[in-house]
Design a protein. Sequence first.
Length: 53
Amino acid sequence: MAAGNAVAIGWDGTVSDGAATLIAEHLSQQRSRRTVVAEAVARAHRHLPGPFG
């Protein structure tokens, strides 16, 4: 990535397509606001339904 460091985010377990899409949307929104990666992931995770939220 020319603008900064590349980041890989892993998930331990099975994730539905819907949950993956939802977390990607929220993560993208947080990163567009320049939220640091760890905080962006935590905030995105809170939006997941069921046992993931």
